[in-house]
Design a binder for this molecule. Structure first.
Ligand code: E4P
Length: 213
């Protein structure tokens, strides 16, 4: 499983990229709105930091509107992946964009059959939202496991991105299940590197070292 950073904050993105652990970035309208910067300018900046897929989402809900926004976003940089919501118009847009060689990431996926539909329409990625399913008492990880199984059984050429990750156990379970990617907020990414025994070990080594001098 590879990591994407789920953020539109260029400082976080630079820090994560410099750590060498992320393969790309995903954004969404809520994350972009926090940055209070022109959307296209921001995506252009992110593309200057990260050499990998960068998901940027359309706002339109109708087919023609989605296509127009997708083409503009795709013109920003070859690494842009256009995020399309999981709707009937969205699926139609995915098919057309695939024919134009524009990669898409179908977002707001909450069931295995939605993921199957997206893959069949020609999406390069699907994003099942684990945390939001957990929030309403459904088991997001079970949905992710079903999607991974279906994609393997049917040999589907579509990356599965475990999204709406809220804590390190989501990352652990998604990796065990075999998700291709997990898109992770910066706070959770930092926690993945931490362990109390690592900190205690560093402190002990430094204390012992001081005794030497
Ligand atoms: C995925 O691509 C989304 O940006 C994201 O993971 C949503 O996470 P949230 O449910 O924590 O907002």
């Amino acid at each position: 499983m590879r990591f994407f950073l789920d953020s539109a904050n260029t400082e976080e993105i630079s820090r994560a990229w410099d750590m060498g652990v992320i393969a790309g970035v995903t954004t969404n309208p809520s994350l972009v709105a926090r940055e209070k910067e022109d959307f296209h300018t921001l995506i252009h900046k992110i593309a200057g930091i990260v050499d990998g897929p960068i998901s940027a989402e359309v706002i339109a809900l109708d087919y023609e509107g989605m296509l127009q926004e997708a083409r503009r976003l795709s013109d920003i940089h070859p690494n842009i992946v256009v995020k399309i919501p999981m709707t009937l118009d969205g699926l139609k847009a995915v098919k057309t964009l695939r024919e134009e060689d524009i990669q898409t990431n179908v977002t707001l996926v909450f069931s295995p059959v939605q993921a199957l539909m997206a893959a069949r329409a020609g999406a390069a990625y699907v994003s099942p939202f684990l945390g939001r399913l957990d929030d309403i008492g459904e088991i997001g990880m079970n949905v992710l496991a079903d999607i991974c199984e279906i994609f393997e059984v049917h040999d589907l050429d579509c990356g599965v991105i475990a999204a709406s990750i809220r804590h390190p156990v989501h990352v652990l379970e998604a990796a065990k299940i075999g998700a291709d990617f997990a898109t992770i907020p910066f706070g959770v990414l930092s926690k993945l590197s931490e362990h109390p025994l690592t900190s205690a070990g560093i402190n002990k080594f430094l204390d012992d070292w001081k005794k030497l001098s």
